[in-house]
Structure formats: structure tokens, C-alpha cells
Design a protein around this ligand. Structure first.
Ligand SMILES: CC(C)(COP(=O)(O)OP(=O)(O)OC[C@H]1O[C@@H](n2cnc3c(N)ncnc32)[C@H](O)[C@@H]1OP(=O)(O)O)[C@@H](O)C(=O)NCCC(=O)NCCS
Length: 190
């Protein structure tokens, strides 16, 4: 990532492009989340399947470098539905009333990551807002490690509220927060 300039653009990613560049996107996911190669490789099959889910939408951030334009951040999501692992986990995590209010026709922000060398320059916020802009869905939902992270700060600053805290997804020792925002998100820029 050396040689990048502050020039960057955020744009929608056509699904065929993302299918062809998913390894590139997941490399950013691994670096941003601090996951090792095995975790990243294990994510590939799930991510490729997500592309075919209803309401799938993806956005990318590109920066100029000495090698040309490079993907430096991405986000994607889709509409949740019963039977999906994440949907069913979240339904179990929420009380019935909250689940009934927030889950129907919700758009899940499934991934949102910026390369560590490009973080804290406004790209994550631009990606988040581009991802949910003009969606027909009433709300956006997501889960994020329940800690004082850049992600948590971004989501809280931009309209997401706590639906559950300290939730443990199977197979992950970390507590997670489940957050939701009514759409449209209030415009925000920096
Ligand atoms: C979370 C993430 C996508 C945010 O993208 P980013 O480009 O770094 O963030 P931005 O520069 O757009 O800043 C947006 C907000 O994030 C928070 N933030 C960003 N950098 C921060 C820092 N160094 N310290 C504290 N908060 C920070 C702030 O709330 C900031 O808003 P503000 O500038 O008005 O205070 C990015 O940091 C990332 O990829 N993190 C690791 C992966 C991750 O946690 N992904 C989300 C999984 S749910």
C-alpha cells in the first residue's frame, strides 16, 4: 500500500466485479480485522454466496497508487431473511418485540472494512453512507465486536443504536453488539 495518495473515490461495485476481486476485498478484511490467512480463506466461500442473496449491494473505495488504482476499502450487505444464520442468531439475541420491530426487511451491513493504511481519513464513513443510500429497506442492522473500536464509534456517531450488547455468536469468544439504524441515515461528511 505504499505510494498511495489521499486521492480516493467511493463507488458502487458491480457484482461481477466483486466476484472476480473477492480475494482482494477479503485481503483488506483480514488486514483490517487482524485475522490470519486461514480465517480469511475460510470466509471466501461464504462471501461468494452472499453475492446471490436478495438485495445484495456492494461499495468500494479506490485510491491512486504508483501501481494504478487499488481497492483500499469495501462494504457489502443484503436483505436479511429467516433461515439465514445471522438473521436467526440476531432474532435469538433480541427480545421478541425488538426483533419484530427491527428484523423484517432489514438490510444487513455484513462487511465494512478499510485497509489499515487508509483508515481515519473518512473512507469508512463514505463507504457506509454509500452502501445504505437510497435503500428501500426501513432499517440497517449490523453486528460488531463490543468494544471501543473505530467501527463502534462510527456506527454510534452516525445513527446506529444498541439493540443488544455482549452477545456471543457461536464459535467466537468475543462479545458482539447488535446495532440498528432507521433509514435513511442522516447525511454526514467530514
Ligand atoms: C471501521 C472502519 C470501517 C472505519 O473506517 P475509517 O475510514 O477508519 O473511518 P473514518 O475515517 O471514516 O471515520 C469515521 C468515524 O470512525 C471513528 N474513527 C475513525 N478513526 C478513528 C480513530 N483513529 N480513533 C477513534 N475513532 C476513529 C470516528 O467515530 C470517526 O468519526 P469522526 O471522524 O467524526 O470522529 C475502519 O476503521 C476499519 O476497517 N476498521 C477495522 C475493521 C472493522 O472493524 N470493520 C467493521 C466491522 S463491523
Amino acid at each position: 500500500m505504499t505510494g498511495t495518495t489521499p486521492t480516493s473515490r467511493v463507488t458502487g461495485l458491480p457484482t461481477p466485479w466483486l466476484r472476480d476481486h473477492m480475494h482482494e476485498a477479503l485481503a483488506i478484511y483480514g488486514l483490517a480485522m487482524g485475522y490470519d490467512a486461514a480465517v480469511v480463506a475460510g470466509r471466501y466461500g461464504y462471501a461468494i454466496q452472499h453475492i446471490d442473496r436478495p438485495g445484495f449491494r456492494a461499495v468500494g473505495a479506490f485510491a491512486e497508487s504508483s501501481d494504478g488504482e487499488q481497492l483500499v476499502g469495501f462494504g457489502y450487505g443484503y436483505v436479511v431473511a429467516p433461515g439465514q444464520w445471522w438473521h436467526d442468531q440476531v432474532r435469538a439475541a433480541l427480545d421478541r418485540r425488538t426483533a419484530k420491530q427491527w428484523l423484517p426487511d432489514a438490510f444487513e451491513v455484513c462487511e465494512l472494512h478499510v485497509h489499515p493504511d487508509q483508515q481515519s481519513r473518512g473512507l469508512g464513513r463514505r463507504l457506509l453512507h454509500a452502501l445504505v443510500a437510497d435503500l428501500p429497506n426501513p432499517v440497517a442492522l449490523l453486528s460488531t465486536p463490543d468494544a471501543d473500536t473505530k467501527a463502534f464509534r462510527l456506527y454510534h456517531a452516525d445513527g446506529f443504536v444498541d439493540l443488544a450488547r455482549g452477545y456471543h455468536f457461536p464459535g467466537d469468544a468475543r462479545p458482539f453488539a447488535i446495532l440498528g439504524a432507521t433509514l435513511p441515515l442522516a447525511p454526514r461528511s467530514r
